[in-house]
Design a protein around this ligand. Structure first.
Ligand SMILES: Nc1ncnc2c1ncn2[C@@H]1O[C@H](COP(=O)(O)OP(=O)(O)OP(=O)(O)O)[C@@H](O)[C@H]1O
Ligand SMILES: [Mg+2]
Length: 322
């Protein structure tokens, strides 16, 4: 197997809240010890409920947030503490696309300026070459070349997401984090944009981290899926196995929430999620899912289950698998 392009170990992002001189300091344990590898050309789906830390994980591994602890390796190099200058060069290789491209596209800049800016920052080409490349990028993502002279508000949501993709690929990255990149789009537009991403992935041998709430979207695009719950990865395996044989009760509950017409699946007892996600501010000590887990045991409340390998390429963090 190829070497991973990205290797994350025990990554933590704890945000400090308040904490005046005599106030108790509270921390949001947004990402609390996440480890995984990402391989060149693969798509790793990252799913979990709102607030479980998906975006924070994405931003932290790009070093948009400084990690509280843990390590990030890119192509075998530890980049956890890399200085800003070296990091800037690396940012060509790792890109992020957000849910709402309107937020990340400067409304007062033309599409040409938006696409040429990263090339300018990295000293690529002459102004004429950059303009030509911007037009070629637009063409590649299915937009007219003359869009360079227009502004973001002149485009639909789907078109703006294509512009976001054009910008993300402009420096020929190796990894793209897609943070809910199609979630806000209509279903038909969603699949067009998804197909574009997957085509580009093939063409450029891109590794994608594909973040979404919706397991059904993730299922179709991912090679492997990581399920997150309150700051931690609770299960990780290939996209087929995660649906056919989930080993963590939380994963099971997510799958049971998708209506499945498959009669073979009907006999299995379905897990329905009740209760709310606990707060990531000073979260419970043991398994974060314990309070909502229909199969929780005493030790789940006091002890944290570690992510262990159950079979080749299948990891889960649940005492039921011991
Ligand atoms: N800069 C910050 N300072 C303090 N807390 C933060 C910060 N950014 C995120 N959080 C908190 O960290 C937790 C994880 O947030 P995050 O946005 O990563 O979740 P998410 O899984 O992406 O959710 P969603 O699916 O809604 O996008 C939340 O409780 C959030 O309020
Ligand atoms: Mg998010």
């Amino acid at each position: 197997m190829a070497e991973p392009i990205l290797r994350i170990r025990q990554l933590k992002q704890h945000f400090k809240l308040g904490g005046g001189l005599f106030q108790k300091k509270n921390f949001v344990y947004a990402v609390d010890g996440v480890s995984f590898d990402l391989y060149p050309g693969e798509t790793l789906g990252l799913v979990g409920e709102s607030g479980c830390g998906k975006s924070t994980l994405g931003k932290t591994l790009l070093r948009l947030h400084e990690p509280t602890a843990g390590t990030i390796e890119f192509e075998g190099q530890d980049i956890t503490h890399l200085g800003e200058k070296a990091m800037r060069r690396l940012r060509q290789d790792i890109q992020i696309i957000f849910q709402d491209p309107m937020e990340s596209l400067n409304a007062r800049h033309t599409i040409g300026m938006i696409l040429e800016e990263p090339m300018m920052v990295h000293g690529i080409g002459t102004p004429a070459e950059r303009r030509e490349r911007a037009k070629a990028l637009l063409e590649r993502v299915g937009l007219p070349r003359d869009a360079v002279d227009r502004y973001p508000h002149e485009f639909s949501g789907g078109q703006r997401q294509r512009i976001g993709i054009a910008r993300a690929i402009s420096l020929k990255p190796k990894v793209i984090v897609c943070d809910e990149s199609v979630s806000a789009l209509d279903v038909s537009v969603q699949s067009q944009v998804l197909n574009l991403l997957l085509d580009l992935q093939q063409e450029m041998n891109l590794a994608l981290i594909f973040i979404a709430h919706d397991l059904s979207v993730v299922r179709h695009v991912s090679d492997r899926v990581a399920v997150m719950y309150l700051g931690r990865v609770v299960e990780l395996t290939d996209a087929h196995t995660i649906y056919s044989s989930p080993k963590h009760p939380y994963t099971q509950s997510l799958i049971d929430a998708i209506p499945i017409p498959d009669p073979r699946q009907r006999d299995r007892e379905r897990i329905r999620l009740t209760g709310d996600v606990p707060s990531p501010i000073n979260p419970p000590k043991g398994c974060h899912f314990a309070a909502r887990c229909p199969r929780a045991m005493d030790r789940c409340v006091t002890e944290q289950p570690q992510l262990i390998t159950l079979s080749e390429g299948h990891e889960a963090a649940c005492f039921l698998n011991e």
